[in-house]
Design a protein around this ligand. Structure first.
Ligand code: PMP
Length: 424
């Protein structure tokens, strides 16, 4: 496998050429929050607006036809990118909305009659998540349980930052209706054994939702290989535009699922006092959809596919290995998550003894090194590790070893500045 040429890739990303903070080169290490966009994605979106813009699935004029064709072609490209079919892909605003769509449908099913039996939850039923979830894949399930009387349970996380699967059989049992877990932690980088959990869930008739917000952008993902029933991710984290996300679902499940947002485009027939629903995916796409963003996301998939997701993954693996070695070698620095780079992806969160993570972030920012500080929308996970916040560096295909050197030098500078070098 030939390594990818990060320098050549960088030339495709206009923003990476700019400077920040007194003419310093930009060292962007916050792709876990959102990725930068290549010219090819920006051009695709601009071309849609300049040539084909019209409301999708409305009107019989030429532009409406072209816009609809472009939107549906984008759906096909994005479906193929994760090993699915076009009719299995629902466009949402982002990962958060995609999780809410499923969780809300389940609470809607509680009052929706026999047709929705598969999704019904109520008192005595259980919903299983993990302690390492992003709030986006936690709070909607808390709300589902609150509305229906179901019970929320969760896998805990080991000291090394892996899922504790020792109680898999007890936790996922005949009462479980759905297991919702992240494929890759946005804080620890841990890649979870989704298939093992999914197999157990299916043994007891439970559904499986995979939060792939941090995996689809960074590794080859095949929805069937993972054993997912639903899989969700965001366009903006994978070189695509903001404002578009994806819910992939098994077609027979989507067909049996009540809607989330109601209104135009998602109906079968409308009477004054009631309506019927369209087939999926339209049932879940109320209102004028985000066609330019879909076209941009398809361009992002094409860009990544041309490079090869296995090469993207290999590149980030090499960066992660290098980062774990060099950040890990600093005195007084504690890295969270597995230290074995084979078990994790390119998000490295750490604390520096005696310096608040926000101060670490500030010193790095002064040097043009952009990282994320805080709890990264995973507050319970930080509580689990008895820290209020961490500093997180996260990598993508346009990062280089030099970026990590700049990070390491910045942390050393913070230690000198705060006089904590070697503090324990
Ligand atoms: N899940 C994970 C694992 C994430 O990292 C994120 C984004 N930080 C989300 C969900 C939420 O994504 P979005 O904000 O695009 O809805």
């Amino acid at each position: 496998l030939a390594l990818l040429d990060a320098e050549a890739i960088r030339a495709d990303f206009p923003i990476l050429a700019r400077t920040v903070r007194d003419e310093r080169p930009l060292v962007y290490l916050d792709s876990g929050a959102t990725s930068q966009k290549p010219r090819q994605v920006l051009d695709a979106e601009r071309e849609f607006y300049e040539r084909h813009n019209a409301a999708v699935h409305r009107g019989a004029h030429q532009l409406a036809e072209e816009a609809t064709d472009a939107y549906e072609a984008a759906r096909a490209t994005i479906a193929a990118f994760i090993g699915g079919r076009p009719d299995e892909v629902v466009f949402t605003k982002n990962t958060t909305e995609a999780v809410n769509l499923v969780a809300y449908a389940m609470s809607n099913a509680a009052t929706g009659g026999e047709a929705y039996a598969r999704f019904r939850v109520g008192p005595g039923d259980e919903v299983v998540v993990t302690e390492m979830e992003h709030h986006a894949n936690l709070v909607p399930w808390q709300e589902l349980c609150r509305r229906t009387g179901a019970t929320l349970r969760w896998f805990s996380v080991t000291d090394e930052g892996r899922l504790d699967l020792s109680d898999l059989e007890q936790l996922v049992n005949e009462r479980t209706k759905i297991v919702a877990l992240t494929h890759q932690s946005n804080v620890l980088g841990t890649i979870n054994p989704v298939r093992t959990v999914a197999d157990r869930a299916h043994e007891v008739g439970a559904l499986v939702l995979v939060d792939a917000a941090q995996s689809v952008p960074h590794m080859p993902v095949d929805v069937h290989g993972l054993g997912a029933d639903f899989l969700v991710f965001s366009g903006h984290k994978m070189l695509g535009p903001n404002g578009i996300g994806v819910l992939w679902g098994k077609p027979e499940l989507l067909a049996a699922m009540p809607p989330f947002i109601t209104g135009g485009s998602m109906i079968g027939v409308v009477y004054m006092d009631h309506s019927t629903w369209a087939e999926p995916p339209q049932r879940f796409e109320a209102g004028v959809p985000m066609a330019p963003q879909a076209v941009g996301l398809a361009a992002a998939c094409d860009y990544l596919s041309a490079i090869g997701m296995d090469r993207v993954f290999a590149h980030e693996h090499a960066l992660t290995e290098y980062a774990l070695k060099h950040i890990g070698a600093l005195d007084g620095v504690r890295i969270f998550g597995p230290m074995d780079s084979d078990q994790r992806g390119g998000a490295v969160s750490f604390t520096v003894d005696g310096i608040h993570p926000h101060d670490v972030g500030q010193v790095l920012d002064d040097r043009g090194v952009e990282v994320r500080v805080g709890h990264h929308c995973a507050w319970p996970l930080h509580r689990r590790f008895e820290t209020v916040a961490t500093t997180r560096a996260s990598f993508y295909l346009y990062n280089t070893f030099a970026d990590i050197d700049a990070l390491v030098e910045g942390v050393q500078e913070a230690q000198r500045f705060f006089g904590t070098t070697g503090a324990r």
